[in-house]
Design a binder for this molecule. Structure first.
Ligand code: LHQ
Length: 253
C-alpha cells in the first residue's frame, strides 16, 4: 500500500495501489502519517520523495471507499495530519508526479515543497467533476502557488493540466521523460538531499510565514532565521568551501 525505500539520503515513499490508480483510503493515510513521522525523526533522511506506483501518481480519494453516511468531515480528519506533516517536515519534500494526480492526489503534491513531473503525467483538480470542492489543502495551496485567477479557473473547469501548462504556471520545477522518470526525479531530490538541510527548513518556514506578514515583521523574522542558519555547521562548511574554492560538503547539521 505504501512502499518505503532509501536512496542517497532520500526517503522514497511510493503510493502503491496501482490497480486503483493509487486511490487514497484511510489505511494508506495512516501509513503515510507514520512514514512522514519516521522520516522527520531519522537524521539520515535529508529529503523525501512522494511518488506513485504504476501509471498514476494518485487518482485521489478512493471513491469506492466513501462512507454511506457521507460524513466527509470524518473522512478528511484522516487527511489533515498527513498534509500538516508534509508541510511542516523540516527537510525538502518533492512530489515526483509519474502519472495522473487527481483530486486529493493532486492536493498531496501541492503540500510538497517542489513538484517534478513526467512528460506523460497530468494534474486534474477533479473535485468539481463529482460535485465536490477542493480539499486536503488544495484551496490553501493552489492559489498561493499559481495565483487566484488560475486556481479558480482550474478548480471550475478541472482541465487536464499537462507538463507545459504546469511548468508555465510555476507548479512544477522540472519535466523529465517518462522513460527513467523515477531515476531523474531521484537525482533531482538527491541534490537537495546533499544540501544544507537546516537552511532549507528555515527557508520554507520563512517564505510561507512571510507571505502573510507585514514587512517589518517579515524582516525581523528573516533576521531570526538567518541567525539560526548562521549557527549551523553547514554554514561554517559553506563559508570554508567558498574561501577554499571547492564544493561544500554539507552534512545537514
Ligand atoms: C478509482 C479512482 C478513484 C476508486 C480511478 N477511486 N477507483 C472526496 C470524497 C470525500 C471526502 C474526501 O475528499 C475527497 C477528495 C477527492 O479526491 S474527490 C476526487 C476523487 N477523484 C476523482 O474524482 C478522480 C476519479 N478518477 C478519474 O477521473 C480517472 O480514473 C482518472 C482521470 C484519474 C484516470 O482515468 P483513466 O486513465 O482513464 O483510468 P480509469 O478511469 O480507467 O481508472 C482505472 C481504474 O482505477 C478503474 O477501475 P477498473 O476496475 O474499471 O479498472 C477506476 O474505476 C479506478 N479508479 N480513480 N478515485
Amino acid at each position: 500500500m505504501l512502499e518505503i525505500a532509501d536512496r542517497e539520503g532520500v526517503r522514497v515513499l511510493t503510493l502503491a495501489r496501482p490497480e486503483r490508480l493509487n486511490a487514497i483510503h484511510p489505511e494508506l493515510l495512516a501509513a503515510l502519517k507514520r512514514a512522514l513521522r519516521e522520516a522527520a525523526r531519522d537524521e539520515g533522511v535529508r529529503a523525501v520523495v512522494l511518488t506513485g506506483k504504476g501509471r498514476a501518481f494518485s487518482a485521489g480519494q478512493d471513491l469506492e471507499a466513501v462512507p454511506d453516511d457521507r460524513d466527509y468531515v470524518r473522512v478528511l480528519e484522516d487527511y489533515i495530519p498527513v498534509i500538516e506533516a508534509l508541510f511542516s517536515l523540516e527537510k525538502p519534500t518533492v512530489a515526483a508526479v509519474n502519472g495522473v494526480a487527481a483530486g486529493a492526489g493532486m492536493s498531496l503534491t501541492l503540500a510538497c515543497d517542489l513538484r517534478v513531473m513526467a512528460e506523460g503525467a497530468y494534474f486534474s483538480p477533479a473535485f468539481i467533476r463529482v460535485g465536490l470542492v477542493p480539499d486536503a489543502g488544495m484551496s490553501y495551496f493552489l492559489p498561493r502557488l499559481v495565483g487566484m485567477g488560475r486556481a479558480l479557473d482550474w478548480c471550475y473547469r478541472s482541465p487536464r493540466i499537462g507538463p507545459e501548462e504546469a511548468q508555465a504556471a510555476g507548479l512544477v520545477s522540472a519535466v523529465f521523460p517518462d522513460e527513467g522518470f523515477l531515476d531523474s526525479a531521484l537525482a533531482f531530490a538527491a541534490e537537495l538531499g546533499q544540501g544544507p538541510t537546516r537552511a532549507y527548513a528555515l527557508t520554507k518556514r520563512a517564505l510561507w510565514r512571510n507571505l502573510e506578514a507585514e514587512l517589518a515583521d517579515a524582516l525581523a523574522y528573516e533576521a531570526e532565521s538567518q541567525a539560526a542558519a548562521g549557527a549551523t555547521e553547514d554554514h561554517d562548511e559553506g563559508l570554508r568551501a567558498f574561501l577554499e574554492k571547492r564544493k561544500p560538503r554539507f552534512r545537514g547539521r
